[in-house]
Design a protein around this ligand. Structure first.
Ligand code: TMP
Length: 216
């Protein structure tokens, strides 16, 4: 596989989605073949699983179920979309991947790392990104950004995970920071409090270095 697999991670409201779009636009302008995708989701089956995972309807969901549904969504996505795209030499920009399960389900829910790693190794056939942009933002800032997402009636729209308590989200952020510390060669930690264009420039500069070292 000669493509490049790049992931974006970080707490809810950290600006990942905007940055993926900016990076995709810049790389396409430079002539690269790029696809953007996201987890949970990215395929018909994974999108159905996303609806179950994030709907506020299913508050009874058990931790074990949550872990397995994220992994099931990932298994379908990796094998149906990501691996075929990498085999066609594309750059795959993916909004969230296994680090999210390590931060949200392992650190956040308190499920041991070995279990989450094992399940996800099976689901992904061991596929790892070459670079991860980890957008870091405080829990208060994240909440502040999410509170601006309102419906026509002015009500704040939060999914089942976003609705969880402040302490849970604090653990998730710490989980992401631990991952960044443990994997300095793969993870590029980004201060997500900066202006959008400053962040995009930092990411593009780093990606340019990766591309210079590798023909895609
Ligand atoms: P999104 O809002 O970035 O699209 O992600 C959906 C939510 O799912 C977000 O709150 C993070 C959560 N999530 C997990 O808890 N575990 C995972 O493995 C993934 C991919 C996402």
């Amino acid at each position: 596989m000669n493509g490049l697999f790049i992931t974006f991670e970080g707490p809810d409201g950290s600006g990942k989605t905007t940055q993926i779009q900016q990076l995709a636009n810049s790389l396409i302008k430079l002539g690269y073949d790029v696809i953007t995708t996201r987890e949970p989701g990215g395929t018909r089956i994974s999108d159905l699983l996303r609806n179950i995972l994030l709907s506020t309807e299913y508050q009874e969901m058990k931790d074990q179920t949550e872990v397995l549904l994220y992994a099931a969504s990932r298994a379908q996505h990796v094998h149906e979309i990501i691996i075929p795209a990498l085999e066609q030499n594309k750059i795959v920009l993916c909004d969230r991947y296994i680090d999210a399960s390590m931060a949200y389900q392992s650190v956040g829910l308190g499920i041991d790392q070995k279990t989450i790693k094992g399940i996800n190794h099976f689901a992904s056939s061991g596929l790892q990104p070459i670079r991860t942009y980890m957008m870091d933002v405080s829990v208060n800032e994240s909440k502040n950004r999410l509170s601006k997402r309102t419906n026509k009636k002015g009500e704040i729209i939060l999914d089942r995970i976003e609705q969880k308590a402040h302490d849970y989200h604090k653990k998730v952020r710490e989980g992401f920071l631990q991952i960044a510390n443990k994997n300095p060669d793969r993870v590029h930690l980004v201060n997500a409090n900066q202006a959008i264009d400053v962040i995009s420039e930092e990411i593009l500069k780093d990606m340019t270095k990766i591309l210079e070292n590798r023909y895609v």
